[in-house]
Write a protein that binds this ligand. Sequence first.
Ligand code: GLA
Length: 430
Amino acid sequence: MRFLTILCGVTGALGATSWIAPGAVWYDTDGQKIDAHGGGIVQRGDTFYWVGQSASSNESPMMYSSTDLLNWKNLGKQASSVTGLWRPKIAKPNGSFWLYGQQDRYVLSLKSAQMVGGYSTVKKVHLPPSDYSYSDTGMYYDEASTTWYLLTSADHNTVQINKINSDGTVGARASTLTGGAYEAPGLFYAGGVYFLIVSGKTGWRSNPNKVFTATSLSGPWTGGSNIAPESEKTYNSQNTYELTIKGSQQTTYLYMGDAWDSKGSTGSNYVWLPMAVSPSAKTVTLQYHAMWKVDVNTGVVSYPTAKKRYATRDAQVSRRASSRNSAGSSHKIKRGDEIAFHNVTGTGSRQWVSLLYTANEPEAGQAYIVVNDEVRPVNISDLNSRAGYHGVVPVQLVLKPGDVNTLRFGVSGASGFEVSVDGIEFYEED
Ligand code: GLA
């Protein structure tokens, strides 16, 4: 048992993943951090294939597969000699498998005879008809016309939707979205309406992503409402893809976004959330949940049940830890302060722990947690700025079995950085 505990602590990721936790670090089935940013998903039979840019391999396309959208197996790099390929997306226009992405502001296409592996470069093009240069790519499969469409954000603030021909070449524009500085396009269809989700152009920093709608892929696109409350900046994420799960009981529309670190590198994480979609009001609203999942067979979304809460009220506060709020339920702490939760019950293997806190300025500092006498703190916010955007921040920790654990919560960063801590919470594992 002791050996197992140590082993878990080292890999940090043994055991199945039971929830989607937006903004948390996600591990693959080998215990490695998932590295598929700016990606998209295609489903073949029971299997979902997720392709994205690998930040640890100079933006080479990396693929993972899963049958439950929770446990992802790394299928490796798909074209190891290809680097600098941003936002890769897969399509299957006619028998062959194609991968499209942006390289040096061109659209690069790759082709393989099979879904997994063996992709080689076909063409690097600027698209017809305007010969603009291109940045973020997206992908949409239109069931009605059994046609794939490549989405791009081009020069002159033009988000462009181009048909992919049956020979894999990118064809004429179906429509454009102009009149704003938008990028990171994704598209889905619900109730007779096409929904086009785009991000503003703020580099790696998150912004309020917006939705435009049309009743035909030829446009015109109208709207532009935020998909989450303005101040949430899309829960600190940027759109990359929309996935539709048509279950036996309901259809669930899933937003896939990236929570970039300051330069889109390996510290970046993923924010996936279910969307509330109204074809009549032509709105999309991200439903924020710190932990959730969708049953890929029924389409039903579910959430964990809280099991045990350790309130800050009962915790030991050290150093110069400052003001308790009037209700006595939370503590504001600054750099150098720590809150210790004692006698915390652990299972001996990886478990979800939700930290309940908010930050005054999410990007001005970092929160961390130290488990027992471990030397290295687990950093919970600098990689994703979750503090302040999320309020409930789940992390996966390995604690000792029994009521024997001490978790110390602290902050570092600018002197004005302040977090308000309510407590920590454990969930029923399912
Ligand atoms: C935008 C794009 C990202 C990346 C950054 C670089 O945010 O959507 O994919 O290219 O710009 O600044």
